[in-house]
Design a binder for this molecule. Structure first.
Ligand code: ADP
Ligand code: MG
Length: 303
């Protein structure tokens, strides 16, 4: 047995939680079954040490986070997560590190009953790529392009908390009020499922409210006007700047018909949500009193 196979068997090969996995880890590729009338929803995201998380982050948190950011993308599509693939690049075959990493990964996988069905393991600098696969009934997926003039705009949870958590980590602060928002983001899977058939558009907020609301506005060819009276109440630590442009919150932004099924505040899929604005004709994201063009969320390729 090669050491790679031993590491995979020891740390990643666990009994599949699902009956729709026909052939999981161990062959050249996995085989899974999709129920009739369903569409496959696929996404992948990579997290790299020093880019997406600070060096020295606990391995369990890295494993949890790598899966969370991918499940968040499925949530934003209104998809039910089913299976994941994990391509892991690590600098050494460190069993202690891998055991902690996989425990963090499987903790979240278990919460959402997703099966790890394959992946890759290589030795290089630390980076983690997850490919997540889910399903929606044909035609029921939520997209960025469905916002309509007159829609109300909502977000789940609070905003800017992960950015505060990251700065606590980076400053090695003893304060840890916000840390879990960064290290253990909660993908809003139940909210995404509950929004099927109700929301017109959705996105997960990974790069900051202004940037991600701007993506919905651009894809839907509309403008999003944020309400200056509501936003401050949603800001972690009363920090409006973080709420507008801090990344990594993984809350859902969605739009729905005005007044339809959503009061201005409530809960959906076990998480609170609030109305933060409305969709109007035009383009871009607007907040009275702020020049949002000068604000930027996270952008890897900004020059
Ligand atoms: P191949 O050389 O055919 O790509 P590998 O030796 O890379 O095969 O992988 C053997 C099996 O283990 C495959 O089923 C692959 O999907 C799975 N696998 C490899 N790395 C991981 C990992 N980190 N997590 C889960 N499964 C993995
Ligand atoms: Mg391989």
């Amino acid at each position: 047995m090669t050491s790679e196979t031993r590491l995979i068997d020891e740390h990643f090969r666990r009994a599949a939680l699902r009956h729709d996995v026909v052939l999981g880890i161990g062959d050249d590729a996995a085989l899974t079954e999709l129920a009739g009338g369903m569409q496959l929803v696929s996404t992948t995201d990579t997290i790299v040490e020093g880019v997406h998380f600070p060096a020295g982050l606990q391995p369990g948190h890295i494993g949890y986070r790598a899966l969370a950011v991918n499940l968040s993308d499925l949530a934003a599509m209104g998809a039910e997560p089913l299976w994941v693939l994990l391509s892991l690049s690590v600098p050494a075959a460190d069993d202690v590190w891998l055991a902690e990493f996989s425990n963090g990964f499987f903790e979240l996988a278990g919460q959402h009953r997703v099966a790890l069905i394959g992946g890759d393991l290589v030795r290089a600098t630390l980076s983690v790529t997850v490919c997540a696969l889910g399903q929606v009934p044909a035609g029921a997926a939520l997209t960025r392009s469905g916002a309509r003039n007159g829609d109300a705009v909502f977000v789940t949870g609070i905003l800017g908390a992960a950015a505060l958590g990251l700065s606590e980590l980076e400053q090695r602060s003893t304060a840890s009020q916000w840390r879990d928002y960064f290290v253990r983001p909660q993908p809003r899977v139940a909210a995404g499922l509950a929004l099927r058939g109700l929301a017109n558009a959705a996105i997960d907020i990974s790069d900051g409210l202004v940037t991600d609301a701007g993506r919905v506005a651009a894809c839907s060819r509309v403008a999003i006007h944020l309400d200056p009276h509501v936003l401050p109440g949603l800001c972690a630590g009363h920090d409006l700047g973080n709420a507008l442009q801090g990344g990594d919150d993984y809350e859902l932004l969605f739009t729905a018909d005005q007044g339809a099924d959503f009061p201005d505040a409530g809960t959906i899929g076990g998480v609170g949500y609030q109305r933060i604005g409305e969709v109007r004709p035009g383009s871009g994201v607007h907040l009275p009193g702020f020049d949002l063009d000068t604000l930027h969320g996270y952008d890897h390729f900004r020059i």
